[in-house]
Write a protein that binds this ligand. Structure first.
Ligand SMILES: Nc1ncnc2c1ncn2[C@@H]1O[C@H](COP(=O)(O)O)[C@@H](OP(=O)(O)O)[C@H]1O
Ligand SMILES: [Mg+2]
Ligand SMILES: [Mg+2]
Ligand SMILES: [Mg+2]
Length: 362
């Protein structure tokens, strides 16, 4: 047993260090992209979500660092470089190449290793960077090591200057082992929204979760406070198209919740749940057949679990990261501290059953 726990606590030290370093580098890139962002550089993908130079260049940076550190590991990344390889994508490609290289050559910081292809002199060719983006095309699966990247989660929040997260998770046999979220616009203390911003959240399975400033300062362990009916509330998407606001309002009434929901974009919601800013992460299907993507939940779900929370779908089943790039049929996502979960699940089931029977009568 002693041997086993020693092995567990030593596990994945290099992966964790790389993940932190890559997310921090990508966060400085996205912050600088936002400051320079020119609106007409925004593309629209088939799924209608805006894709910016920030998404592409951040994925290029994280993926090229992963390639240097763990060349055999496959990656499930949100973006692909197809639109950058055609002639009409040339201007955008040049901008992405220069931004990604600017990020890669930045001085080494605490914990950074030059062998990851970062630091002065680490420029990559355009072809290498496009290939790095396309390394994210792995189809996912149930066995072996893999990484999943959401270079900018909450693109809509990013474009509004609100919340977004740079997300990286490491999985073995479809189980998340490491989750890292970088949230450049998130206040260190949500009750002081005009105070210092920029947080990093890190979890390693079996080793707990912690928050620190993006600079690496003030690391502190995360632990969700116990359920308290008088202060309990929901964290949910800003976008009603991503999570049904009306269903969570119904659930809120059934639970007699008095505090309004906190609406924010991205997996910052998981991080805010983990540090006790809100009571439950709610993501209820909007009924359009959308399948949730693994990169939208892998890192955040481990951060919540390692902070004493539980993450399931609306049936109470765990999320299955082994089905490919998506979580399969969409039963929503609910997450909260363990002692509130049974009550939340009952309310969710009642609200969704009532909704279904009202629909079938109509
Ligand atoms: N119809 C839909 N239902 C649920 N999620 C959706 C959706 N359309 C897009 N999304 C996902 O919602 C994510 C943002 O989550 P949130 O609403 O919590 O901010 C998006 O991530 P990106 O911004 O990385 O594209 C996208 O993957
Ligand atoms: Mg997207
Ligand atoms: Mg996302
Ligand atoms: Mg994204």
């Amino acid at each position: 047993m002693l041997y086993r726990s020693t092995v567990m606590s030593l596990a994945f030290t290099a992966e964790k260090q790389l993940a932190i370093s890559a997310v921090r580098r990508a966060c400085s890139l996205t912050s600088s992209v936002f400051n320079k962002l020119v609106k007409n550089e925004t593309l629209t993908k088939g799924d209608k979500s805006p894709v910016t130079v920030g998404d592409y260049s951040a994925q290029a940076v994280i993926s090229s660092m992963l390639q240097r550190a763990f060349p055999q590991d496959p990656i499930v990344g949100e973006e692909d470089a197809a639109e950058l390889r055609v002639d009409s994508g040339a201007t955008l490609r040049d901008r992405i190449v220069s931004l990604a290289n600017e990020a890669l050559v930045g001085e080494l910081g605490l914990g950074d290793l030059a062998e990851w292809g970062i630091g002065p002199g680490s420029e990559q060719t355009p072809e290498q960077l496009l290939d790095a983006i396309d390394r994210g095309n792995y189809k996912g699966g149930r066995t072996g090591r893999m990484w999943t990247i959401d270079p900018i989660d909450g693109t809509k929040g990013f474009l509004r200057g609100e919340q977004y997260a740079v997300c990286l998770a490491f999985l073995v046999d479809a189980q998340v082992q490491i989750g890292v979220l970088g949230c450049p616009n998130l206040p260190v203390d949500l009750t002081n929204p005009d105070g210092e911003k920029g947080c990093l959240f890190i979890a390693v399975r079996g080793q707990g979760a912690q928050q620190m400033k993006l600079s690496g300062a003030d690391p502190a362990p995360l632990s969700i406070p116990p359920y308290s009916p008088s202060t309990f509330n929901f964290l949910e998407s800003v976008e009603a198209a991503h999570s049904s606001h009306s269903t969570s309002e119904k659930i809120s009434q059934l639970m007699e919740i008095t505090r309004p929901p906190i609406r924010m974009d991205s997996q910052a919601k998981y991080a805010c749940l983990a540090r006790g800013d809100g009571g439950a992460y709610m993501r209820m299907p909007t009924g359009v057949g959308y399948k949730e993507k693994i990169w939208d939940h892998a890192a955040g779900s481990l951060i919540v679990e390692e902070s004493g929370g539980i993450v399931t779908d609306s049936r109470g089943e765990g999320l299955d990261f082994g089905l490919g790039r998506t979580l399969g049929e969409n039963y929503g996502v609910i997450a909260c501290v363990k002692d509130a979960h049974a009550k939340l699940l009952r309310a969710v089931q009642q609200a969704t059953t009532d909704g279904a029977s009202a629909q079938s009568k109509a």
